[in-house]
Design a protein around this ligand. Sequence first.
Ligand SMILES: *Cc1c(COP(=O)(O)O)cnc(C)c1O
Length: 395
Amino acid sequence: MTARRDDLRAETLLATSGRSNDPNVVNPPIYRASTHLYPDCAALRAGQLSNRDGAFFYGRRGGPTQWALAQALTALDPGAAGTVLYPSGSAAIAGALLAALAPGDVLLVTDNAYEPTRTIATGMLARLGVEARFFDPLDVAGFAAQLCERTTAVLLESPGSLSMEVCDIPALAAAARAHGAAVLIDNTWASPLGFKALDHGCDISIQALTKHVGGHSDLMMGSCTAAGPWHGKLRAVSQQLGQIVSPDEAALALRGLRTLAVRLERETASALAVARWLAGRPEVAQVLCPMLPGAPGHDLWLRDFSGGCGLFSFILANDIDDAARCRLIDALELFGIGYSWGGFESLALPVDPGRIRTASRWAAPGLAVRLSIGLEDPDDLIADLERGFVAMARG
Ligand SMILES: *Cc1c(COP(=O)(O)O)cnc(C)c1O
């Protein structure tokens, strides 16, 4: 009996999707190709008509290596018709917004959005006549009240990538859809393994593949996965903008994708161990880790998500100032100091989630640190943090 792809679990899909069409090798070859050749003029003319993955035309529409990655990503999101690839996660966010909005439209953006997302909304989109309004991600009634006739799209991000609050995505999505607005979500934190965005009422699921899917801190890429009509619109806008990812990087991303489940599982377990330890420290006022029982957003995470990852934040006690926070971070030997995350290596970052908010108050009792837990042994990471707290106290 042949296995039905619908019945396969994510781990199996990761291992079996986007494979080579050549039965003699596992992975798709890296096709470096600007030129696609046709056997004759009739085929050339037929090729112009068929604009889909798998139809050779010209390098800017991708080739077999990029199509394999897109197909594997699509397989992970139940309900998806296809995936469009972009040269970065930010390009994917910009591409999705440009596909969903027109001059005169209002875009509602969650107040905890990734900062470059805010900049796209208040910069480029404002110039194009789109009005961005921000909303408190934890206030569903307030969000519903903000929806107006001109609201054609909303952009969610859950958990927020600094502040880590989990919002009620199905409730926000249902309110938006009842108003006829498209629901876009930045699903980078959970990836489709941890959150099935289309199943929970979203129209377009955006990922910075730079993070978990790449997984090795060596590439930048983004994707939008969507159901039928949206996939076509995303594709059209992306092609008009001339967005293309290289076949070499698509192959790297596909390689990262093969181990996504085991890496996320390990990072989640290690993050939980570190989060639990931090929660018991006198220097820590609050741990903002959705997977941690009792942490903010944990109940919604349990209800809607099927997995976590290594990214979370914690709040220092209110008598700890920025100089002390920097002493803590600077003393860490196993944590690098850097922005990107989702790689195999752990990172620490001083963050100030309140700085850019306009629609909600950031009422944390102290300064924040964000950690990205990688694949190191969690006990070694805890020992490193303990060293950091000693350096912090020394003054
Ligand atoms: C990093 C990140 C992005 C952007 O990805 P790039 O590939 O760096 O452009 C978008 N959203 C979130 C939540 C991110 O962390």
